[in-house]
Design a binder for this molecule. Sequence first.
Ligand code: 5GP
Length: 179
Amino acid sequence: MAKKEIIESILIPEDKLLKRVAELGEEINRDFEGEEVLLVGLLKGSVIFLSDLARKIKLPCMLDFMSVTSYGNDIESSGEVRFLKDLDSDINGKNVIIVEDIIDTGLTLREVIKVLKARNPKTLKVCTLLNKVSRRLVDVEVDYNGFDIPDAFVVGYGLDYAQKYRNLNYIGILKLIDE
Ligand code: 5GP
């Protein structure tokens, strides 16, 4: 049976997102005072968050991107990670901050951290907008966390369902209902 997509409710409205993103930027400014940082965005979900966050960072700041995907269907990850695009820059000796849209099981991040650590950055931190703590399967250290959220499938502000909804200016809960 065909499924209809509905935004069931707004979990985080735009004003709360922007306020929290500004706070995360301030934390990064404080922690790296006098240093340079390289923001590594994980495509595509982090791009909206990263572009707002980057503009709150008052330090010398560079941007780079990598693309990883987990095997599985649109809503459930299988836990296996595939690398689609690597960074353009050398991160050796740099203060790297991985910018992620959401941490769910933690499997994606664990693989990305493993790969980036092996390239000898000066520091390696993790900044996520959303954190589904109850779904965690592997332990990953999160240095900057926007919001802890419940176990629901969310879209908006960069997060998609079948590549749609990334342009919403809020985080909403998506439900698939029988038509
Ligand atoms: P993990 O490897 O931590 O299980 O999953 C991380 C990735 O799964 C995220 O970067 C995101 O692409 C996807 N993901 C996990 N939960 C959600 C969700 O609620 N909504 C959307 N749109 N993607 C999610």
